[in-house]
Each structure stands twice: as C-alpha cells, then as structure tokens.
Ligand binder design. Structure first.
Ligand code: OGA
Ligand code: NI
Length: 350
C-alpha cells in the first residue's frame, strides 16, 4: 500500500492531468492569453549604484515614483555578487531534488513553525490547492534560527546564512532610500520595525500539464514590509498594472522589489502594495526565492504622523505586526487585501 503524498512534486511527477483539487472555478482561472507580454522593463529597472553618486536625488525620485505607481521595481548593481545568486538558486534546486524521505524531514502544516517545508499556501484552510511546494524559514537574527534549517544539501546553512546577511544589508539601504523618498528621516522606517524580522522562502513550481486551470500562487499582496524576490530564468511572475496582468520576465542578476502591506500602512497609502501572482507552465520547473522583510511581531505599525494632514487623513489604525500576520495566514490568499480589516474607523466611511 502506498502512503498519500504530502508534497506536490511527489504527487504529480509525470502526471498528464491536474488533480481535481487543483482546478480553479472557471471565473477564477489565469486567462493566460490575456496577459500582457511587454518588453523586459514592464516595471522600472533602477540602478542602485547611482545612489552613491551625483544622481542620488534622481534615483530617490525614481524609487518613490515606482513605489507610488507600480508598487514594484527591479534593481541592478545591488551589491549581491553573481556567484552568490547562482549558488543560492543551485542550493534551492538541489534541495527540491532530494529524495522524498529527506525533504519530508522538514514537513509541517503549521504556519507558526519558524522553519518548514509545505505545499500550496495553507493546506488547513484553503479549498483549492496551488501548484507549489515551498520551504519557508526565519533568518533574522541568524543565530536564533540557523540550527533549525535543513542540513542537506550540506552547504545549505553556510551559503543561505551568507545570502541572508547580504540581502539584509541591501534591504537596509532600500529602507533608507524609501524613507528619504517619503521625506521622512532616513532611519524612520528602520526604527519603526522593532527588532526587525526576516523570513525567506524557496518556492518550487513543478511543470504542470494544464497550466490554464491552476495557479502557482493566486493574486495576493505580501503582508510584510518589503519583498526582495530572486527568480530563476523561467517566467511566471505577473503583476496587476492598470487592471491588467503583466508578465515580469526574468532579467539575469537582478532582483524584484515589491512594497508590502506594512509599507502601504506606514506611508499612509502613498505607496501601494500591489496584487501579483505566479503562474505555471507545461515544460519547466520554476524556482523563486523571496526574502520577506518584516517588523518584529511586537512592533506597532501605523501611518507616519508626518504623512497625515487635512488632505491625507489617517487611513489605518495602529496594530501589532503579530495581529496582522495571524489574520493574513488564517484567511487564505484572497484578492481583497487584508489591509481593509485595519482601516481607521474615521476613514472607513469616507
Ligand atoms: C510570494 C510571491 C512570486 C513568485 O512568494 O509571495 O509572490 O514568482 N512569489 O514566486
Ligand atoms: Ni508575493
């Protein structure tokens, strides 16, 4: 007798149909032929090197505009070496190729676990499953979590720890630039995050025999502050721009940065946490590695007082990140943004 499969990759290996619990209702399918396939720069590509030169204020302006208009931008000259990028993608690929019994050592359904391998989004609460397996773990402060991480591939802990520290440095630079773009003190956002937190995921999207019926991840906004996404060379990420889904096709050695719900709150709605999704394809597996930078659970988040005035009343109430995060995982991925549950009572009727 065979045991039921917990992970998608083991369930569908070689399948020629999507199992029924992955099939979306007709009104909720990706409509792949309607997706805009524009040029590579469908969202702005910003050169971070120029932050250190005479064009500093021009780059700050570009970042501010991208956060306002797209909620997304891509970055080059970000300081993370190409070898580190190819190593981390290689480690993720190797991890998902390990034998089932080895991968399952990390398996858990429970979103509150700080290191876990799982599948779909939240298996306990969702009705339709997503075409994804993922390894998710906390990574700041490193010494609190590294001992929980997988030990296979053997270099996992060492290489991933280096990557996390580099991405954290990059995030801190971006937070200064974003604070500056909002005309706040450069350390304003940094100081609002309590002790800070950093989570990372390795998403594995297996090839799918009928990609028009299902999602890797359906449309959602990210609940955290800011996300730094690394994707391999297989397309799949799409961003909602002017009510149309636009493909963000991979550019080697760049990262995609997106504004999360907490940044929308801090900026009192100046900056947008925008809907995005991952679709799958028939031929190729796809790997993406998002870093979710967050406030620590006890940090109190609310609109910056400097951004509230008669023309811009306070849009959200204050809350702890823990309160927000629990709501996010329990309600499932829904197109309506979780932010609506935190609107300030004074703005709810305007
Ligand atoms: C996410 C996400 C997109 C992708 O993990 O929140 O949006 O391309 N991922 O994997
Ligand atoms: Ni996301």
């Amino acid at each position: 007798m065979s045991t039921p499969k917990l992970l998608l990759a083991d369930l569908v290996n070689g399948a020629n149909h999507v199992p029924s619990n992955y099939i979306r209702p007709i009104s909720d399918r990706p409509n792949l032929i309607d997706v805009l396939q524009t040029s590579q720069t469908s969202i702005p590509l910003i050169d971070l090197d120029a932050l250190n030169g005479p064009n500093h204020s021009h780059i700050i302006k570009q970042i501010g505009l991208a956060c306002q208009q797209h909620g997304f931008f891509q970055i080059k000259n970000h300081g993370i070496p190409e070898t580190m990028i190819s190593n981390i993608l290689g480690i993720a690929r190797e991890f998902f190729r390990l034998p089932e019994s080895e991968r399952l050592k990390n398996y858990s359904y429970d979103p509150s676990k700080t290191t876990r391998l799982s599948t779909s989004f939240n298996v306990k609460t969702e009705k339709v499953s997503n075409w994804r397996d993922f390894l998710r773990f906390h990574c700041h402060p490193l010494q609190d979590y590294v001992h929980e991480w997988p030990t296979n591939p053997p270099s996992f802990r060492e290489e991933v720890a280096e990557y996390c520290s580099s991405v954290r440095r990059l995030v801190l630079t971006l937070l200064e630039a974003i604070s500056e773009s909002l005309v706040l003190d450069r350390d304003y956002i940094n100081k609002k995050l309590g002790k800070h937190a950093q989570h990372m995921a390795m998403n594995y999207y297996p090839p799918c025999p009928q990609p028009e019926l299902t999602y890797g991840l359906p449309g959602h906004t990210d609940p955290n502050l800011i996300t730094i996404l690394l994707q391999d060379d297989v397309p799949g990420l799409q961003v909602l721009t002017d009510a149309k889904w636009v493909a963000v096709n991979p550019i080697p050695n760049t990262f995609i940065v997106n504004i999360g719900d907490q940044m929308q709150v801090l900026s009192n709605d100046r900056y947008k946490s925008v809907l995005h999704r991952a679709v799958v394809n028939c031929n190729k597996e796809r790997i993406s590695i998002p870093t979710f930078y967050c406030p620590s659970p006890d940090a109190v988040i609310g609109p910056a007082p400097e951004l509230i005035d008669d023309d811009h009343p306070e849009v959200y109430r204050n809350f702890t990140y823990q309160e927000y995060y629990e709501k996010f995982w329990n309600r499932g991925l829904a197109t309506e943004c979780c932010l609506d549950m935190f609107r300030s009572t004074s703005s709810a009727f305007t």
